[in-house]
Design a protein around this ligand. Structure first.
Ligand code: CA
Length: 231
């Protein structure tokens, strides 16, 4: 098991890291929320110890973004204030447990051990881009109130788009996110499936949400294709 410590105070981070190492638990340290985001997506951590007060994006936002990106490592949030609203904000953002600073080190270890034993629990949140809605819990897709039936690959591709609304996604990114490495017919499969998707989530509704970005790939409009200009 590997732990990610997200803490901007070097002394505190070093103390926790040393304590974990005494327990035989290796730990990486991220001093900023932005670093924690890419680190937690690049490697699978057994648990994430997340300080709320960070420079840049705070711990709540880090937790929200990790869950939105499909990272389900258990999160233990460290807060300096024993405020009820902090706890509520953390829970809403997908944290698993809390500890108020200053804390007893033994308690921190006990809580972390419990989280690691339990392991990641997926709590998918519904993705919404404009009036396009995708529920990872039951794989339901709707445009407005209208259900849209998609094949598994179409669904997987739409989910990739909906997790990054407004961003240009390269063909290779889409290919690697949706198809196995060994997939043989790689040359134009992405273009073909984008066409299928448009036929199902756009055309029947008279919108154009999936845009072609010449020479690069595709982008799902951040408004889901719903702004009046696109009609
Ligand atoms: Ca801090």
């Amino acid at each position: 098991m590997r732990l990610l410590i997200v803490e901007d105070e070097p002394k505190m981070a070093a103390l926790v890291k040393r304590g974990m190492s005494d327990e035989g638990i290796a730990a990486d340290v991220a001093g900023r929320g932005e670093d924690a985001l890419w680190m937690a997506q690049a490697a699978e951590y057994g648990a994430i110890l997340l300080d709320v007060m960070l420079p840049g994006i705070d711990g709540f936002e880090v937790c929200r973004r990790l869950r939105a990106a499909g990272v389900w490592s258990p999160v233990l949030m460290l807060t300096a204030r024993d405020a009820v609203e902090d706890r509520v904000a953390g829970l809403d953002g997908g944290a698993d447990d809390y500890l108020v600073k200053p804390f007893a080190f033994d308690e921190l270890l006990a809580r972390l051990r419990a989280l690691v034993r339990r392991g990641p629990i997926e709590r998918p949140t519904v993705l919404e881009v404009g009036d396009l809605r995708l529920d990872p819990a039951d794989h339901r897709v709707t445009r407005g109130d209208v259900p849209v039936a998609l094949s598994p690959k179409e669904y997987a591709m739409l989910e990739v788009f909906m997790r990054r609304p407004g961003q240009v996604l390269a063909r290779l990114t889409l290919l690697e996110s949706v198809w196995d490495e060994g997939y043989e017919n790689r040359s134009n499969v992405v273009d073909v499936y984008v066409r299928y998707l448009r036929e199902k989530v756009d055309r029947p509704f008279g919108v154009a949400s999936i845009e072609t970005v010449r020479g690069t790939g595709y982008r799902l409009r951040a408004d889901g294709g719903c702004s009046p200009a696109s009609r």
